[in-house]
Design a protein around this ligand. Structure first.
Ligand code: SF4
Ligand code: SF4
Length: 291
């Protein structure tokens, strides 16, 4: 049930994250053999939106259209944020925009979990924030408490709403997961259907999950190879190597990050100062010249 899930998660979490927040968490102390995580290289990202489109297709997301979007009824698990450099209050277009794919950050200390009155949002053994749709009562407290604003409320009964998937588009819905009904919250799951399949396959074959067994839909679709995903506990995984070589201590100023051991570390986690301990690390974009 929810309270025991929360207490268990906090106890495990505090065990792996000493209060002083030094560097990469002590994953050796993590009780599960898998800790899923992602790294997104903003230097490679071109803002093409392929990841976002792949997410729609993989996760049966309804396309709500302009009118519903303008009423605040957006439905997308992955959005591409766009930023422009600014100089003396003026936007500078010369170097182009910066892009940042944003989705549920799968926080270890998830602010959305503690406020759910029915325990519909809780924590999994492999370090993910999960959503139990048939328990959700649509209070939307989780959305209000999510600092990243990546939870979406189902305003309509999409499985039966006309023209959301006009025939034959309904034939291409992914059978591995549901189309969510009216009145529940939803969000990115790190393609849970894929991670579970990989774990089950590995178990059947009597082995551990290997790096590359799972690709998220966004990672698979990214033409720039900007997204890595895998098990942080596997030191040979690409994502673990990126976290180990690029991740900086939490709550350090940019200058301090750059000076650390003479390296230019590019890794950071968004709103890390709030201590939600996201499982997504971004790698800063490198610019030839500062504006
Ligand atoms: S990003 Fe938001 S929805 Fe996702 S785990 Fe963190 S607080 Fe919860
Ligand atoms: S698909 Fe890759 S390059 Fe395109 S927006 Fe997504 S992360 Fe960026």
């Amino acid at each position: 049930m929810s309270v025991s899930n929360l207490l268990e998660n906090w106890s495990k979490f505090r065990h792996t994250h000493p209060v002083e927040d030094k560097g990469v968490p002590d994953w050796e102390a993590y009780p599960s053999e898998i800790k899923w995580a992602m790294a997104i290289d903003l230097d490679a990202c071109t803002g093409c939106n392929a990841c976002s489109v792949a997410c729609y297709a993989e996760n049966n997301l309804p396309v709500v259209g302009k009118e519903k979007y303008s009423h605040g009824q957006a439905m997308h698990w992955m959005r591409i944020e766009r930023y422009w450099d600014e100089n003396d209050g003026q936007f500078v277009a010369d170097q182009g925009a910066r892009f940042l794919p944003m989705m549920c950050q799968q926080c270890e200390a998830a602010p959305c979990e503690t406020v759910c009155p029915v325990g519909a949002t809780n924590h999994t053994e492999d370090g993910l924030n999960s959503q139990i749709y048939n328990r959700c009562i649509g209070s939307r407290y989780c959305s209000a408490n999510c600092p990243y604003k990546v939870r979406y409320f189902n305003w309509y009964d999409y499985p039966s709403t006309k023209d959301v998937w006009p025939s034959p588009l309904n034939e291409q819905l992914n059978p591995d997961l549901t189309v969510r009904g009216k009145g529940v919250m939803e969000k990115c799951t790190f393609c849970k259907q894929r991670t579970y399949t990989a774990r089950n396959n590995a178990k059947t074959e009597g082995r551990e999950v290997k790096d590359g067994d799972v690709q998220t839909a966004c990672q698979e679709a990214c033409p720039a190879g900007a997204i890595s995903f895998g098990n942080l506990h596997d030191p040979e995984s690409r994502v673990a190597k990126q976290w180990q070589s690029q991740q900086v201590e939490l709550a350090k100023e940019k200058q301090e990050k750059d000076e650390k051991e003479g390296n230019r570390l590019r890794g950071y986690r968004i709103l890390e100062e709030l201590r939600p301990y996201p499982s997504v690390m971004y790698l800063e974009r490198v610019r030839e010249s500062a504006v």
